[in-house]
Write a protein that binds this ligand. Structure first.
Ligand SMILES: [Zn+2]
Length: 335
């Protein structure tokens, strides 16, 4: 079993590396695009004149720290207005409420005292303090993470910080806490960077669908409630993010999770698991239909590790060079 898994992983890594070599130029362009965005601090007004020389030296030190550390804050979309963003968020919050109501009626909404739900909540509470750096507006949001019963390998975020994990993604990928934190950070990043706002144009806002037919299975006991798992869910949960958004969300998510003390190398094992699953079962996990993977994804994540591992080391209170390789419950430890 273990040997078969390893073979599968070796094959998928081999494929990924071959594809990475072929797409070397594209990767470079992508890395440049991500690396060249302006940090938010560059857009802030200069310090007031009254500041003493000492205070501005202190400020410079802080600026240097925030620029040098971790993943740079990507520039925000200028497509839509703040009013559009707020309207979209309130629509999303309402849709999320409907979704939970429907799931609860089907016995598919994990209650607050259900241990796997509590596990998600614990991880979310550790991550939330580190979201502010990427969107001050998010301070007004009420972050929420729920667990829905479904065999689908899926998780989603809606604008305004409303997240859901399906039991399928946790169970079928046997996710560790670090891997859950990578997915959660990734989803948080989509919301913080308002990728949904860019995907849904003004025109589409008016025609957002209501929640569709049964997509859930019961959390406690029973199996799937029906075969029609692929359909349904609301439009805002079915937003397909672009390749650029995906890279941005990977990197920002790793930054948030690393600051919260989760090992960012878990992003590598997560995508190795995802890749092995999609090759093993023929049909790609549902997660990939809204979060398209690309062949160079793991390479891009690995390239970003030197930026986020020091954050993780500091959160753990150890020197970066003292970190042990990351051992997931699957595959080889990751250095
Ligand atoms: Zn994504």
């Amino acid at each position: 079993m273990q040997a078969a898994n390893l073979d599968l992983m070796d094959d998928s890594l081999h494929d990924l590396r071959a594809a990475a070599r072929r797409a070397g130029a594209a990767l470079l362009a992508l890395a440049l695009a991500v690396g060249s965005v302006a940090p938010a601090s560059a857009q802030q007004p200069p310090a007031a004149k009254a500041d003493s020389r000492e205070a501005s030296a202190e400020q410079r030190k802080r600026d240097a720290l925030s620029k040098d550390e971790g993943i740079e804050v990507p520039k925000r979309s200028r497509i839509a207005s703040l009013a559009d963003a707020k309207r979209m968020e309130s629509q999303a919050v309402a849709q999320y409420g409907q979704l939970l109501k429907q799931a609860r009626a089907q016995g598919a909404l994990a209650p607050p005292d259900y241990p796997p739900r509590q596990r998600l909540e614990r991880i979310a509470q550790r991550l939330i303090p580190y979201t502010h750096r990427f969107s001050e507006r998010s301070d007004e949001w009420k972050w929420e993470v729920n667990l829905l019963g479904s065999n689908q390998v899926n998780a989603f975020v809606m604008p305004g910080g409303k997240i859901a994990f399906y039991t399928g993604i946790i169970d079928r990928l046997r996710l560790t806490d670090d891997e859950i934190a990578m997915i959660m950070g990734h989803e948080m990043a989509h919301a913080l960077l308002e990728h949904g706002r860019e995907r849904v144009g003004q025109a589409k806002l008016a025609q957002i669908a209501t929640i569709g037919a049964s997509v859930f299975s019961q959390i406690l006991g029973y199996g799937d409630l029906g075969g029609q798992l692929a359909s349904g869910a609301s439009q805002l949960t079915l937003l397909k993010f672009s390749r650029g958004d995906e890279t941005e969300a990977d990197l920002v998510g790793m930054d948030i999770a690393a600051r919260a003390g989760y090992d960012p190398r878990a992003a590598v094992s997560l995508w190795q698991k995802m890749s092995a699953l999609s090759q093993g079962q023929g049909a790609p996990p549902q997660f990939l239909s809204t979060h398209p993977a690309h062949a160079t994804r793991i390479d891009t994540i690995r390239e970003a590790l030197p930026k986020v591992l020091p954050l993780y080391a500091r959160a753990r209170g150890v020197a970066p060079q003292a970190l042990e390789p990351y051992a997931s419950n699957w595959g080889e430890p990751i250095r």
